[in-house]
Ligand binder design. Sequence first.
Ligand code: ATP
Ligand code: MG
Length: 69
Amino acid sequence: MEKILEVQNIEKYYGNKSNLTKAIDNISFNVNKAEFVGIMGASGSGKTTLLNCISTIDRVTAGHIRVGR
Ligand SMILES: Nc1ncnc2c1ncn2[C@@H]1O[C@H](COP(=O)(O)OP(=O)(O)OP(=O)(O)O)[C@@H](O)[C@H]1O
Ligand SMILES: [Mg+2]
């Protein structure tokens, strides 16, 4: 299977030390070509933050995302 998306150990924190929001706290997954993936989670669980990081609207605090090859 050809991997088209790799999300590896990403973290996204907003705010600063005294007011820190861990919007994404270490997640990893891959998506293969022709796969459909749904993202489910409660309000505020980080779905939009994840997509913003994948689309480079937002920048990850740690980890890496690889799109394509
Ligand atoms: N720009 C921002 N600055 C500070 N905190 C933010 C920012 N964007 C999101 N957050 C916080 O990050 C966490 C994840 O928010 P996010 O919007 O990614 O969740 P969501 O799963 O998309 O929620 P919903 O289902 O309501 O759309 C929340 O605690 C939110 O308040
Ligand atoms: Mg959202």
